[in-house]
Design a protein around this ligand. Structure first.
Ligand code: SAH
Ligand code: SF4
Length: 461
């Protein structure tokens, strides 16, 4: 989501004459788009600010300047505390107000003029405005072959460990027509793969495109994905991050019916212990999760799963850890992210008794990750000898090499000519590592018809 937001900030600043630089020493402005989900992410903001300050000082000594802004969820949560700790920061804003960046910059410049060039007082904009920021964002002017598209934001679920409902605000779904327009535009700019984003993307319930015979009921994510699959040239659709409770039948069936919907789903479970899931306020059991996995496998037999796990939630015992390991063994994940529980200010779990020792958290994390890594390697190995479509969207380290993603989000470096950059190619997978596979282009590497055209031809038949 932060990658998507950062790209939108670039779109907003382009008309003001700004362009991206890789070198902070030559930046007129530096914006940190921050994450508040765990304590480490927050600490990183202050160390990054210290680093930027040195560039700012150097530039000032040379008669230039560097405006420093802090956006994202740390901006939202910390507000003026950032200006107090880092008075050289000029703007602090949250994830729901970055569309006002051009106004903030204009205001800052006016202040600067009034103060005869001296640094203006830091501006803070951490509102949750009634108007949707999406209505004020300019249309993207370029697109990578694989892009993100925000369809839903915020969260009303209030898991007891999580800051998202406080920093991103209440749940909001963009209208279907806006999403389709943006998706069509991205495809016209060259996007082949779109990943629909939301903190709770499958809670999506947007204003429908047209009234159905059953009235104007809002559309869920399954219906939205179907509509997107009709866009010619859009070869791959993904979505993240989902909550098990919002995995409805329409969405599950979409996995069986829409070939462009990739057979890989990130569906965080957090824990395999029912008592911990209850304390987390997840409102589902381990069995519920396993049932959803089963239904998805029936709808799409070749589907693979990824998940998030938290170890060391307050009150977690060895038996809870065992339950999580059992669930992992039962599902068999293709990939997963696991974290030590991090106490977040203002969340219910932060105030719970029985916080778990760091040492125990580390031990449990290692145990979990050993098993998850083993599963990832074995999943990757099971792909050796198969051919997969790979979207080449990155240049590799070596000359003549490009890196792409399989339908299962596995990275594959291949030797390929430059004209294949951004294309979907057929690759034979030859060997597997934990985090990647090695492959080579097949003789007919480029499929004669893109998926959407094949579907059209099927319809004609
Ligand atoms: N909406 C998604 C998750 C969004 S947050 C869901 O409900 O599953 C992304 C991930 O960060 C979470 O899945 C969780 O594993 C992790 N996370 C969130 N808060 C955390 C905390 N306080 N400590 C450790 N990990 C946390
Ligand atoms: Fe956070 Fe996800 Fe729970 Fe919402 S559903 S509170 S984003 S973990």
């Amino acid at each position: 989501m932060n990658v998507y937001d950062s790209d939108r900030m670039v779109d907003l600043l382009k008309p003001l004459g700004y362009s991206i630089t890789e070198d902070p020493a030559e930046a007129d402005m530096a914006i940190l788009n921050t994450c508040h989900i765990r304590e480490k992410a927050e600490q990183k903001v202050y160390s990054d600010l210290g680093r930027l300050r040195r560039h700012q000082t150097n530039r000032r000594n040379d008669g230039d300047d560097m405006v420093i802004g802090v956006g994202g969820c740390v901006g939202q949560a910390e507000g003026k505390e950032i200006i107090r700790q880092a008075p050289y920061v000029s703007m602090v804003f949250g994830p729901q107000t970055y569309h006002r960046l051009p106004e903030m910059i204009a205001q800052m410049n006016r202040e600067k003029e009034k103060r005869e060039g001296k640094r203006p007082k830091g501006l803070i904009d951490t509102d949750f405005p009634l108007e949707s920021k999406f209505d004020s964002l300019p249309a993207p002017t370029s697109s990578a072959s694989s892009v993100f598209l925000s369809v839903q934001e915020g969260c009303d679920k209030f898991c007891t460990f999580c800051v998202v409902p406080y920093t991103r605000g209440a749940e909001y779904s963009r209208p279907v027509s806006d999403i389709l327009k943006e998706a069509e535009h991205l495809v016209s700019l060259g996007a082949l793969e779109i990943t629909l984003l939301g903190q709770n993307v499958n809670a999506y319930h947007g204003q429908p495109l047209y009234a159905s015979s059953h009235g104007t009921k809002e559309w869920g994510l399954g219906r939205l994905v179907f509509e997107l699959s009709q866009i010619k040239g859009l070869e791959r659709i993904r979505y993240m991050t989902s909550h098990p409770r919002d995995m409805d039948d329409e969405l599950i069936n979409a996995h069986g019916e829409i070939p462009q919907l990739m057979p890989f789903l990130h569906l965080p479970v957090q824990s395999g212990s029912d008592s911990i899931l209850e304390a987390m306020n997840r409102k589902h059991t381990a069995k519920d999760y396993l049932n959803i996995i089963e239904k998805l496998k029936i709808a799409r037999p070749d589907i693979a799963f990824s998940s998030d796990f938290i170890v060391g939630f307050p009150g977690e015992k060895d038996t809870d850890q065992e339950a999580t390991l059992t669930l992992i063994k039962e599902v068999g994940f293709a990939q997963a992210y696991s974290f030590k529980y991090s106490k977040r200010p203002g969340t219910p779990a932060g105030a719970m008794e029985l916080q778990v020792d760091e040492e125990i958290k580390s031990k449990r994390l290692r145990e979990l990750q050993d098993l998850l890594n083993e599963q990832q390697l074995s999943f990757n190995r099971s792909m050796v000898g198969t051919t997969q479509m790979v979207l080449l969207d990155r240049k590799g380290k070596h000359q003549g090499q490009m890196i792409g993603k399989t339908p299962y989000m596995q990275s594959v470096p291949v030797v390929a000519s430059d004209d294949l950059f951004g294309k979907l190619v057929e690759v034979r997978l030859e060997s597997a590592h934990e985090n990647s596979l090695v492959g080579s282009l097949t003789d007919s590497a480029i499929i004669p018809y893109p998926m959407s055209e094949l579907l059209e031809r099927k319809d004609e038949v």
